[in-house]
Structure formats: structure tokens, C-alpha cells
Design a protein around this ligand. Structure first.
Ligand code: PEP
Ligand code: MN
Length: 264
């Protein structure tokens, strides 16, 4: 795969003077929950509102998302707050529905990037879209598999691309939910400096009190942005309760983070 400046057009066109921030709940739960969080995030530095509607849960029997119904709620978010919206797609049917409902940006989750067949299916469904598509790293620390997934999407004519570093699972217990393996992210940046790289401290840490430090490390490493799970009642969230922060905590985090300037 070539390293092409055109891949970051979607980000450059936002003309931000700070790192990109994507925020919103892990899962869309109810229309009221989605809209309440979105209203608390409007008029902040958040550019994209996230909410998972198809949730890839590790074990069956847990909340697996509200499904296509959530697309209508994301449309309301856009109409009421002016924020752009994004959600995870994990198969061709999701892509079709998300594009039909004008979701502004799609991301591919770590459990999908790991499978070349599913990545090809998603790539075929995305064929030629001008929406930005962000590809999370696979669950295992395999740079080639991550790049291969990105390459499949790019070869399908998707020019607006980004990558999300969400950490890697390990058998050993560590303080992280998914260890960052920063060296791998640095290798990614060195190989593809023009692919925007977004950090996801929520899934790396699994704990809200570690979000700030991981975010700061990512910005010190020149990441292009952050995706942070945000909920007005994190303790009672239907998924990933331990790692979500409230909108006011997110605003404080964004204020406190030191942004590295080109001249530093
Ligand atoms: C998510 O963003 O809510 C999610 C399921 O993330 P990941 O694919 O990184 O586990
Ligand atoms: Mn989550």
C-alpha cells in the first residue's frame, strides 16, 4: 500500500486547531440517552458523535445493540446538534444501512479487522464511498493484519481513511484492558505518516481514571486524535460501564491535555 496524502483529506478539511475528538456512548441505548449525551457534547471540541448500534460482544446473552433503529437516532443527533455522526459496521448489511442513513463516518471494530473475509465483504460494500472509514487495529498485535485490512478498504476506492489504535489483548493480566504496545503504533506512523491515527484510550484502559494519561501519551506521540466513550451515567451504561466518562469529565480532559505544537 502506498502512503498517500489524499487519505487524510477528510481530516485536513475539518481545519481543526486541536486534535480530532470523537465522543459519545459505547452503545446507543435509547433515543433519550443518545440525544441527551449529544446535546451535552455540542458546542465543544467534539467533531464526531459516536454510538455503537451493532455491538460485537465477546459472549452471547449480553446487550448486542439496538440495531438499525439507532440510525434514526443518529439522524436526530445530526439535525438537532449539527455534530457529525459515526458508528461501527461489521458486515455488508451494516454498511448498506449506515450509508443509506447518511452516517458521516464508519469505523470497523477490532474483532472485524482480524478477519480478512469480513474485511473484504465490508470493503466491497463500501466500494467508492467518500465517507471516511476508520479501521481499528485487530485484537492481536499484528501490524501486517491491520495494514492488510486498511489496504482492502483502500483498494475498494475508499480514499478517506484513518486508523484507530485501541490496544491489544494479552493472556497476562496487566493494568490495561488492552495493552497499548506503543511501539507498534509508532511503527505504523513511521510507515504511513499520512494515514490519520486516532487513539482510543477507552478500550486500551478499560478504566475511566486512566483515560487522561493514555490520551496524553498519544498526543505526545503526535496522534491525530482521540475517540473517548462518553455517557451521562457511566456506571449504569449497558456496555463498557467502567471506562466511560461523563461529558463534563471529557470537557475537563480536553482542557487539561497538552497539545504538542509542530515546533516542539
Ligand atoms: C467500541 O468502540 O465500542 C468497540 C466495540 O471497540 P473495539 O472494536 O475496539 O473493541
Ligand atoms: Mn465500547
Amino acid at each position: 500500500m502506498e502512503n498517500k496524502k489524499e487519505m487524510r483529506t477528510w481530516l485536513d478539511d475539518l481545519n481543526l486547531n486541536h486534535p480530532l475528538v470523537i465522543a459519545g456512548p459505547c452503545s446507543a441505548e435509547t433515543e433519550e440517552q443518545v440525544l441527551k449525551i449529544a446535546h451535552e457534547l455540542k458546542n465543544t471540541d467534539v467533531s464526531y458523535f459516536r454510538a455503537g448500534i451493532w455491538k460485537p460482544r465477546t459472549r452471547p446473552g449480553m446487550f448486542e445493540g439496538v440495531g438499525a433503529l439507532g440510525l434514526k437516532w443518529l439522524q436526530k443527533v445530526k439535525a438537532e446538534t449539527g455534530m457529525k455522526t459515526c458508528t461501527e459496521v461489521a458486515n455488508a448489511a451494516h454498511v448498506k444501512l449506515a450509508l443509506e442513513h447518511d452516517v458521516d463516518l464508519l469505523w470497523i471494530g477490532a474483532r472485524s479487522t482480524v478477519s480478512p473475509f469480513i474485511m473484504q465483504e465490508i470493503a466491497d460494500a463500501l466500494q467508492g464511498t467518500d465517507k471516511p472509514v476508520l479501521i481499528k487495529n485487530p485484537v492481536n498485535p499484528d501490524l501486517a493484519l491491520w495494514l492488510g485490512g486498511i489496504e482492502r478498504i483502500y483498494k475498494a476506492g475508499v480514499k478517506n481513511i484513518g486508523a484507530i489504535h485501541r490496544g491489544f489483548s494479552t493472556y497476562e493480566k496487566t493494568k490495561y484492558r488492552n495493552t497499548p504496545e506503543w511501539q507498534l503504533a509508532i511503527e505504523f506512523q513511521n510507515k504511513y505518516p499520512d494515514i490519520p491515527l486516532i487513539n482510543d484510550p477507552s478500550h486500551i484502559t478499560g478504566k475511566r481514571d486512566m483515560i487522561f494519561d493514555v490520551s496524553q501519551t498519544a498526543l505526545d506521540l503526535n496522534f491525530d486524535g482521540l475517540m473517548i466513550e462518553t455517557h451521562y451515567d457511566p456506571e449504569n451504561a449497558w456496555s463498557d460501564a467502567a471506562q466511560q466518562v461523563t461529558p463534563s469529565t471529557l470537557i475537563q480532559i480536553m482542557k487539561d491535555l497538552k497539545i504538542r505544537k509542530e515546533s516542539d
